[in-house]
Ligand binder design. Structure first.
Ligand SMILES: [Zn+2]
Length: 105
């Protein structure tokens, strides 16, 4: 197993399977299988460890933590294109112009 998969395959890890809306959670990691449950539905199933690693490696299984971290909370200024964390729309069309651009600096 590769390190990034070992890091991923931990009990309690929540992930999405690409194309599916459900949230999956790892409830058991064994030497030959991963036991996964669908959150809110509670039907457990086993995935062979090799299949699980393949699914992870090709990006089909995506950790939800990673998705949240990749989400940028903020906006790009539509004039200078700089990214401003926590910025909110301040124009009528839903875009954001930063303070510098609005001030004409
Ligand atoms: Zn700007």
């Amino acid at each position: 197993m590769e390190d990034d998969f070992i890091e991923f395959a931990k009990v309690g890890r929540k992930f999405n399977i690409s194309g599916l809306p459900e949230v999956y959670k790892i409830i058991e990691v064994d030497t030959d299988k991963v036991v996964v449950t669908i959150e809110g539905i509670g039907s457990d199933f086993n995935v062979e460890i090799g299949d699980a690693e393949d699914s992870f490696k090709v990006g089909m299984w995506r950790s939800i933590v990673t998705l949240v971290a990749a989400h940028r909370d903020g906006m790009d200024c539509c004039k200078c294109n700089n990214f401003f964390q926590f910025a909110a729309p301040n124009q009528d069309d839903g875009t954001m112009i930063c303070w510098s651009c609005r001030s004409g600096f």
